[in-house]
Design a protein around this ligand. Sequence first.
Ligand code: ATP
Ligand code: MG
Length: 567
Amino acid sequence: MKYSQYFIPTIKDSPADAELTSHKLMVRAGMIRKLAAGIYNILPFGLKAIRKVENIVRDELNKAGAVEVFLPSIQPSSLWEETGRWLQYDLELLRVKDRHDREFCYGPTHEEVITDLVRNDIKSYKQLPVNLYQIQTKFRDEIRPRFGIMRAREFTMKDAYSFDATDAGANISFEKMVQAYDNIFQRCGLQFRGVDADSGAIGGDFSREYMVLAESGENEVAYCNSCDYAANVEKAKVLYKENIESTVPEEQLEEVHTPGYKSIEEVANFLKVTPADCVKCLIYETEEEMIALLIRGDRQVNEIKLKNFLGVETIALASDELIYKTLQLTTGYLGPVGMKISVYADNELQENRTFVTGANKDEFHLKNVDLSRDAQIKGYGDFRNIEANDPCPSCGKHGINFCRGIEVGHVFKLGTKYSEKMNATFLDQNGKSQHFIMGCYGIGIGRTVAAAIEQNNDDKGIIWPKEIAPFHVHLVSLFNKDSDLMEASEKLYNELIEAGVEVLWDDRNESVGKKFKDADLLGLPLQIVFGKPFQEEKQVEITERKTLTKEKFPLNKAVEIITKKLS
Ligand code: ATP
Ligand code: MG
């Protein structure tokens, strides 16, 4: 491709709204342009990288036996009503009406549509298993679109859906996808890790996320030093050891005046105890009721675990105003003793000991609270985040570490969640009607490209992993006025194309400085420069973008050396 006839509008400065390196670089390298919040134009250089990832994804999925389809992005509400998700999905679902006032949504995911397709056209176990995938535009009205196409509202996803007749078959389909995902992300040149994950709004019994390891990632991953356990912190289970030995000391409840001491730290300091001796009492609102949650003062609540435990769709901390209005209580002095709403407590609080809690009375706390004696706990559960000194939930040894990751893929075992709700059945060997056993598998295509850039860059620009680089070689002709040099450049350009190398030829009438800067910014694996060494001794300079090492070679050896370096 000749740069002069292409469209890569590079810019010097990063956009003001860009926080992440990958977002800045994608805008500066002329890959994307914002149209509206979370909605982007994809420009040719960006599209090339996206197509490369799509092709790797296609190749690996086809090899794994999946078959490509293309489903509509606009979906009728009736299907979503069958699964109950029309009501469950709140503002993230973009709803539209047609001229007849019929309701539709822009698909954020396609479980309903695919299940409908399969229930109508697959009738017998003989037609199973089947795994259908598409690479398609999704729309999710994200509350906080950011990071360019990494968290967009409109984005391209590969989504695959497997249908099996038996659990064993469904497990095989799942494992095939896991293998395909490993191959895909490896080929994309990413450092990644598969981790146990929460299934979120998609649901199902089991899911795994693929995390590209990066400091800037939105997800926190906990992993074990002794075994191969790794999980999103949202999911990582805290092992609870029952403490049967000790007995609670028989101490009287004691009300203490704590004027103005509201936070755990303030109260602990004032009463000369540690935060671990205090219990935080938090009030949450769900779509069903208000509940109180107790957790040790030094711990962090895991709202996803709480939400799953309660089996609710939404959960959020109640505001001080609402708490006062409903319970006539002031935050800072809340506690379980005499609490009028259901109280749930973290497993850890089952230990036989007493705690400091709020007294449900302004400016007072209680000492020596024995939860089993003084409060009514509706349920104990695992409601906190795993921490470094917790044992590994898999092997039980100590040594949990943390890293950050960007979720690029997510695979789910759905079981019969959708097929039951949508009455999607086939006839088994005995002629008996059975629900399909499903799996679903997503990859964010644009997010994968962005994550690759987030992991591969330096202060000059992008450093493309070879397999997803928009081109392999950036051919730079420094002096447009030198016709010998331009002719020789064009000859090499054609020879490289002939040899199957993808070349971007900077034939623009631009300054030497601008051409070098753009070459580093665009970050193609090899740069070939026609400059002074060509004029003086018919040599070209080859720079490896990753290491920035430069070597000179006679022009007549260039094709051979370049193809060797790229292989
Ligand atoms: P997240 O937790 O990041 O919001 P999710 O769990 O909602 O993602 P899935 O429903 O598992 O996402 O979607 C499958 C894949 O689609 C994700 O692994 C991710 O790569 C991609 N994806 C999801 N949301 C977005 C988005 N807003 N922008 C770009 N890619 C996305
Ligand atoms: Mg996910």
